[in-house]
Design a protein around this ligand. Structure first.
Ligand SMILES: NC(=O)c1ccc[n+]([C@@H]2O[C@H](COP(=O)([O-])OP(=O)(O)OC[C@H]3O[C@@H](n4cnc5c(N)ncnc54)[C@H](OP(=O)(O)O)[C@@H]3O)[C@@H](O)[C@H]2O)c1
Length: 298
């Protein structure tokens, strides 16, 4: 007897759905298998060093705290020297490590060269976290052009310069990692924050391209793409719609840093922490929802 059309389409939909679920499960299984915590190498009697920019608050401070727990010596970079000193003192006492507070404005060419020179001198650099950043809430044509150029200097120029300072030593030692803190904004068009989305997209493509050059060299790169994270960044650029986002859209900075460090050796170069953020990034990558995102994020 001939089966009705509705029966056949039901079977087809069932098979399609099962294949989709199987594909997702397989991907997760492969990811979990590949995933293992970064091996924190250290020579006998000597801690390795991590450099974190933007360590005076938010995600950068969380990285500093977690790296201190791994017993890495730290160099913490930001403009607010007092905050860096307080954090350095606290981490030194709590973990018996050495922490250097390096005050610098990374949009300033002289300061950036000073920090790059310091990075070049480290012969046991384990990890560089290019995290310093800020957001804006202004239409590009009406905005302060110096702030726009500062954003490019901080997100792009400083990250590129410090990566260039860090890589030769890591390649020679065949070990090390670099995390460039990007954003899920990299996957969207963002009115009133155009340069933010553009500089973060730059970081993603740049990080992926350099990682491809480093195949087999033992150096791991990651472009970390957090979504909404509860930090001071949102106090500074005062976007009412961001603040109105429901609680489940937000992550804590310590969670972002922990997932990033956990994924460093997973082979995922562009890494999005949090399941909801992964979905948002996926939607952004399709390009289909840019109109809706424009409305939502404006
Ligand atoms: N919060 C979010 O929702 C979110 C989402 C996606 C991506 N991100 C990214 O995460 C990174 C960290 O931001 P956050 O959320 O943790 O914000 P945050 O708490 O405001 O931290 C920003 C850090 O960058 C430093 N910084 C800013 N301008 C600097 C400059 N010119 N020179 C040196 N350091 C500078 C700040 O220190 P000083 O003021 O002391 O210099 C501070 O330590 C940024 O790259 C941001 O784009 C944040």
């Amino acid at each position: 007897m001939k089966k009705p059309d509705s029966y056949r389409s039901g079977v087809l939909m069932g098979v399609g759905l099962a294949s989709l679920l199987f594909g997702v499960a397989l991907r997760r299984w492969k990811y979990r298998r590949a995933r293992r915590s970064w091996q924190w190498a250290s020579e006998a009697g000597r801690s390795n060093v991590a450099v974190v920019t933007g360590a005076s608050s938010g995600i950068g401070e969380s990285f500093a705290r977690q790296l201190a727990q791994h017993k890495l010596d730290l160099i913490l970079v930001a403009r607010r020297e007092e905050r860096l000193r307080d954090l350095a003192q606290e981490l030194q006492q709590a973990h018996g490590i050495s922490v250097e507070a390096l005050a610098a404005d990374l949009t300033d060419a002289v300061d950036l060269e000073r920090v790059a020179g310091r990075v070049e001198l480290i012969d046991n650099l384990e990890l560089l976290v290019n995290n310093a950043g800020f957001g804006m809430n202004e239409k590009f044509a009406d905005s302060d052009v110096d702030r726009q150029l500062d954003m490019i200097a901080l997100h792009v120029t400083a990250s590129v310069r410090l990566m260039r300072a860090a890589l030769p030593g890591m390649i020679a030692r065949r070990h090390g990692g670099i995390i460039n803190v990007s954003s899920t904004a990299a996957f969207f068009t963002l009115p009133r924050n155009a340069n933010y989305a553009a500089t973060k997209a730059y970081l993603n493509v740049f990080t992926q391209s350099v990682q491809a050059e480093l195949r087999g060299k033992g150096v791991r790169l990651q472009a970390l793409c957090p979504g909404f994270t509860r930090t001071e960044l949102h106090d500074h650029f005062k976007n009412r719609r961001h603040r109105a986002m429901p609680w489940f859209m937000w992550m804590r900075p310590d969670r972002v840093a922990a997932e990033s460090l956990d994924a460093l050796d997973s082979g995922q170069v562009v890494f999005v922490p949090g399941n909801l953020n992964k979905l948002i990034a996926f939607i952004g990558r399709t390009g289909l929802f840019n109109g809706a995102a424009r409305m939502f994020l404006r």
